[in-house]
Design a protein around this ligand. Structure first.
Ligand SMILES: [Zn+2]
Length: 172
């Protein structure tokens, strides 16, 4: 797969196109960007010094923040995305209609994408069509749907548990 295009957040055309494609308001996309960038300052990463900020937008308009949390026993560390999803799920957002978008921000000079473990973690709770916005340190961004980041994915439906879209339909 070739790398996705990189857009400037200061380009009205790029912002409008992303908003229309993913059914977001300009304010929602702006808040996703600002909070993902700001959340980098909340990271606990004394070992890697690699700050990651994340933010989730729920279908009911709530923003949930995350940042990476490392550990002296390195494998115990947790990525920003999974910190945010853990908060969201225990607060009941997985049952209230699910997630509209995810954003992550790094200090890289081209957008960094979620690791494989985080892609699978999102798969449990999100529609495959959900967009994931990836911001670099200069607010340039790429955006891909979950199904593009995790093709041919293994999800709850394979084990007889309705996936997130079905759960939402059943709860409607
Ligand atoms: Zn990760």
């Amino acid at each position: 797969m070739s790398p996705p295009p990189i857009h400037s957040s200061s380009s009205p055309e790029a912002v409008n196109e992303a908003c229309q494609t993913f059914n977001l308001s300009a304010a929602e996309l702006s808040t996703l960007r600002e909070r993902a960038q700001a959340n980098k300052a909340r990271a606990y990463c004394p070992y890697s010094k690699f700050r990651v900020g994340a933010v989730l937008l729920t279908q009911d308009g709530t923003f949930i923040d995350g940042a990476n949390v490392e550990n002296a026993s390195y494998p115990v560390g947790t990525c920003a995305e999974r910190v945010a999803f853990g908060r969201a799920i225990v607060d009941g957002h997985g049952r209230k209609g699910g997630f509209k978008a995810v954003a992550v921000a790094t200090d890289l000079t081209a957008p960094g994408s979620p690791c494989g473990m985080c892609r699978q973690f999102m798969r449990e709770f999100c529609d495959l069509s959900m967009p994931i916005f990836m911001f670099d340190k200069n607010d340039n961004f790429s955006v891909l749907r979950l199904e593009e980041l995790l093709p041919l994915s293994f999800g709850p439906d394979k084990l007889g548990v309705p996936d997130s879209a079905q759960r939402q339909a059943e709860q409607a």
